[in-house]
Design a protein around this ligand. Sequence first.
Ligand SMILES: Nc1ncnc2c1ncn2[C@@H]1O[C@H](COP(=O)(O)OP(=O)(O)O)[C@@H](O)[C@H]1O
Ligand SMILES: CC(=O)N[C@@H](CCC(=O)OP(=O)(O)O)C(=O)O
Length: 259
Amino acid sequence: MKEKLSIIKIGGNIIEDETSLQAFLKLFANLEGKKILVHGGGKRATHIASKLGIESQMVNGRRITDAETLEVITMVYGGLVNKNVVAKLQALNTNAIGLTGADINSIQSVKRPVKDIDFGFVGDVESVAHDSIDKLIQAGFTPVFCAISHDGNGQLLNTNADTITSQVAIGMSKLYDTSIYYCFELNGVLEDINDKNSVVKHIDNSLYQDLLAKGIIADGMLPKLENCFAALKNGVSTINMGNTEMLTQENDNFTKITL
Ligand SMILES: Nc1ncnc2c1ncn2[C@@H]1O[C@H](COP(=O)(O)OP(=O)(O)O)[C@@H](O)[C@H]1O
Ligand SMILES: CC(=O)N[C@@H](CCC(=O)OP(=O)(O)O)C(=O)O
């Protein structure tokens, strides 16, 4: 039997709220077993871009990334957010190492081909160096990934943090029994976005199609669920989605995704 590995993702709203972030990092630091953290930071990037007079444009939950925007996201995800998260984890006695996909060649991607929309410098993940990432884990380090990959030819590419999460989990599932926890500010996937208690506790592929058709799944939830099904079809064992309290095991009010 393979050893367990947890891949946990936190989104922009948690990162923006110092209290939520600190509470999450404490839970993460205390989590038993081998683990990887992936963080977003889309909200902070939008905020800092706007201060620089750069307008942000999202299509289907993904950022149109021109050359200027790529500079901003590199500074915000790879620098500001990643290094602060790593420093806070160090303060909690977790020996974290912050990474983009270029570091140790961990995540290679290709620039998304232009079809109806030109996303600019956005990468679709092609390969994850699971053996190299495992060397860090085996050495006792906790990898902390931001939402940046590279193309192997010197180009950094913006890559949705939910995609980084599912692709790293798929890669690591060659070595481990992997579970993904998508932590965000809501209690899970909601039947009614205005009712925080309307958590859909279990989503399988057929309910997913139904929720999509009804327009219940929108915005940032689109890439999240798309990534969940890709991960489950490619070796990931379990996926849960909800607020950070779901890591405590005392809370069962979250969404479980299965095929
Ligand atoms: N049915 C739904 N249930 C929950 N959230 C939804 C739903 N449909 C759309 N969303 C939106 O998806 C967002 C989560 O995606 P995203 O913004 O990418 O989160 P994060 O970056 O925090 O991980 C929620 O804040 C919510 O606005
Ligand atoms: C291509 C693309 O959309 N990249 C995302 C990466 C950050 C992210 O995913 O952050 P959250 O998890 O906080 O939303 C973006 O720039 O917004």
